[in-house]
Design a protein around this ligand. Structure first.
Ligand code: PLP
Length: 426
C-alpha cells in the first residue's frame, strides 16, 4: 500500500529530537541561532506554529474591529477562525484552478473601504507570483500576509521582501517537518518587537509534550511503510469506523474546539533545536526527487483528469491533487489497487460575509469537492507511478466521458480548467 503521504522526517531526526528533549539548552540563544539561520535581515521570528504567528501578528497590528481581511479562498479553517477571533471579517478571493493563483478580478471586486489586509496561501507546493497582489495592496494601503505553509522548498525563498509577513510551517505533515514550529519574516521591526513581547507572556510548550509527539509520529512513520497502514484501514472498516476521519484527526496539530489556548504557547527548546536541524541539513535532492516524481506523474495522466496547479511556474508537489467527478469512486478503486488516495479534507473554501453573498468564490467551490490527492513521492518507483496513472485513466468513463464536467481536450489544449468547471455538465 502506498500511503497518502509519508512524514518527511528521518529516523535519525527523531532520535536526535529525543536526545534534545534531555539536553539543557539556553532557549533564547537557540531561538537567536535559528532566526539568524533563516534570515540575515533580523526579521525572522520562530514560534510554535503558523497559526500562533499569524494570531500574534494580528494582535500586534490591532486593526479596528470590523475591518475586512481578504483571504485567498482555499485554506485551512483555523486561519479564518483566527481572523474572526480578532473581530475581523474574512472575505474570500477566488483562485484560478490552473495555477492556483489569486484571481485578479475577484481580488479587486472584494476590496472595500474597510479592507485592511490580505492573506494569500500558496497551495499544494505551488508558489504564485506575489507582484500582482502587492500592486493591488499598494493601491489600497493593505497589509500583505503570505502563507507559505505548503510551499517550503529550501532557504532560497523565505518570503517576498515586500510582504509584511511571510509564514512557513514545520508542522507534522509539512515538508521538512519538525513536528511543529514555524518561521516567520516580519518586515516591520516595531510590529516584530510587539509580537515578541506578546509571546513572552505565553506559557512554554512542555518538553514532555514535545517528547510525546516524537513518539507518536515515530509510530505514524512506522505505519506509513504500507502494510501496517493497510491493516489499520481494513480493521477500521471492519469495525464500521471511518479511517479517513481517524487519519485526518491524527495529523491535525491542535485538535478540538479550543484553538486559541492551544496555539498561544512558546515553542520548547527541543522543538527549536529540531527546526534548526531540519533547516540546516535540508536535503535539496530529496525535494528535487519529489518534484521530478510529480512531473512524471503529470505526464502520465490523461487530460480528462487535470491536476489543479499544474500550470504554476513553481511547483514542488507537496501533494498531487487531481480533479475527478466521482472522487469517492476513484479513491475506492485506487485503494483496491494499493494506492491510498484521499480528499482534501483539511482545506475548505472561505465563505463570503453574510451581507455580500455575491463575493462567493465560485471557482474554488466548484473545484475543492472534486479534488483527490494521489500518493506521489520520491520513494515511488516509476512502474508504480505508471500503475497509478493507468488506474486513474481506467476510472474515467470511456469514449464520451469528458473529464470533470467538461468536454474532451488534449493536454496541449489551452482551455483553462476554470472555464471547463464553469461550463457545468455537458
Ligand atoms: C498547515 C497549514 C497552516 C498551519 O500551519 P501550522 O504551523 O500547523 O499552524 C496554515 N495554512 C496552510 C495553508 C496550511 O497548509
Amino acid at each position: 500500500m502506498w500511503v497518502r503521504k509519508r512524514l518527511d522526517i528521518r529516523w535519525s531526526d527523531l532520535g536526535s529530537a529525543l536526545r534534545d528533549c534531555l539536553t539543557q539548552w539556553n532557549r533564547a540563544a537557540l531561538a537567536d541561532d535559528l532566526e539568524d539561520l533563516w534570515s540575515a535581515a533580523c526579521d525572522a521570528f520562530a514560534c510554535l506554529s503558523v497559526r500562533t504567528g499569524f494570531d500574534l501578528w494580528l494582535k500586534a497590528l490591532a486593526l479596528p474591529p470590523g475591518s475586512e481581511v481578504l483571504v485567498s479562498a482555499i485554506t485551512i479553517p483555523d486561519m479564518v477562525r483566527i481572523i474572526e477571533a480578532h473581530g475581523l471579517v474574512p472575505v474570500p478571493v477566488d483562485v484560478d484552478p490552473d495555477d492556483l493563483s489569486v484571481d485578479r478580478e475577484s481580488l479587486e471586486r472584494a476590496v472595500s473601504p474597510r479592507t485592511r489586509a490580505i492573506l494569500v496561501a500558496h497551495l499544494f507546493g505551488t508558489r504564485q507570483p506575489l507582484e500582482p497582489i502587492l500592486e493591488v495592496a499598494r493601491q489600497h494601503g493593505l497589509f500583505v500576509a503570505e502563507d507559505c505553509a505548503q510551499a517550503f522548498a529550501g532557504r532560497h525563498y523565505t518570503g517576498h521582501p515586500q510582504a509584511d509577513v511571510t509564514m512557513f510551517s514545520f508542522g507534522t505533515i509539512k515538508t521538512a517537518t519538525a513536528l511543529g514550529g514555524a518561521l516567520l519574516c516580519v518586515r516591520d521591526a516595531e510590529v516584530l518587537s510587539r509580537m515578541r513581547q506578546l509571546e513572552a507572556e505565553y506559557p512554554l510548550q512542555l518538553r514532555e509534550a514535545f517528547a510525546k509527539r516524537v513518539f507518536k509520529y515515530g509510530l505514524m512513520k512506522l505505519m506509513s511503510y504500507g502494510l501496517p497502514f493497510a491493516a489499520l484501514v481494513w480493521t477500521m472498516r471492519l469495525l464500521g469506523q471511518d479511517p479517513e476521519r481517524f487519519v485526518t484527526g491524527l495529523t491535525r496539530g491542535f485538535p478540538g474546539p479550543e484553538l486559541l489556548p492551544l496555539i498561544r504557547r512558546q515553542p520548547s527548546a527541543p522543538l527549536l533545536a529540531l527546526m534548526h536541524r531540519r533547516i540546516a541539513f535540508f536535503n535539496r535532492r530529496t525535494l528535487a526527487r519529489r518534484t521530478q516524481r510529480g512531473e512524471r506523474l503529470l505526464s502520465l495522466l490523461p487530460p480528462t483528469v487535470p491536476s489543479t496547479g499544474s500550470r504554476s511556474k513553481e511547483h514542488s508537489f507537496w501533494v498531487f491533487p487531481v480533479l475527478h467527478d466521482e472522487p469517492d469512486r476513484l479513491i475506492l478503486r485506487l485503494f483496491n489497487a494499493g494506492f491510498d488516495a484521499s480528499r482534501a479534507h483539511s482545506l475548505y473554501v472561505v465563505p463570503p460575509p453574510a451581507d455580500r453573498p455575491e463575493l462567493r468564490a465560485t471557482m474554488a467551490e466548484a473545484m475543492l469537492p472534486l479534488i483527490v490527492n494521489l500518493p506521489c513521492y520520491g520513494e515511488m518507483p516509476d512502474f508504480e507511478l505508471r500503475h497509478l496513472a493507468d488506474e486513474v485513466s481506467a476510472s474515467v468513463w470511456p469514449k464520451t466521458w469528458p473529464g470533470p464536467r467538461v468536454h474532451t481536450k488534449s493536454r496541449s489544449d489551452v482551455t483553462p480548467i476554470g472555464s471547463r468547471l464553469q461550463k457545468g455538465s455537458p
